[in-house]
Design a protein around this ligand. Sequence first.
Ligand code: ZN
Length: 111
Amino acid sequence: MTTICRHCSKSKVNRPRGLCWTCYYTPGVKDQYPPTSKFARRGIGNFCGKAPLPPVPTTAAPGTPEKLAVLEQRARLKQALFHPADARYEGDPRPLEFLREQAAAMMACVA
Ligand SMILES: [Zn+2]
């Protein structure tokens, strides 16, 4: 099976997401195309060591496409993939409580 790159329609696909090598490694191009397989999260690569916490927790429940998008975004920003206040189930009030506390703390500083 020979597939042509979804982006430039010229080169043969030899990278994930139906992209050719050039397009895949052109900044910004890969982000326009979602992974073709939900297990194919090879694009960003892993990194080791301590990563800074993401600034805000997510309300997206684990396993949802929203949560996967959040994880991908965090990996791209070289942030820790998990925030201690991330939602652990659908409708988890934890992240909202975290944001409320953070807002309250900020108000306290201003006052
Ligand atoms: Zn291409």
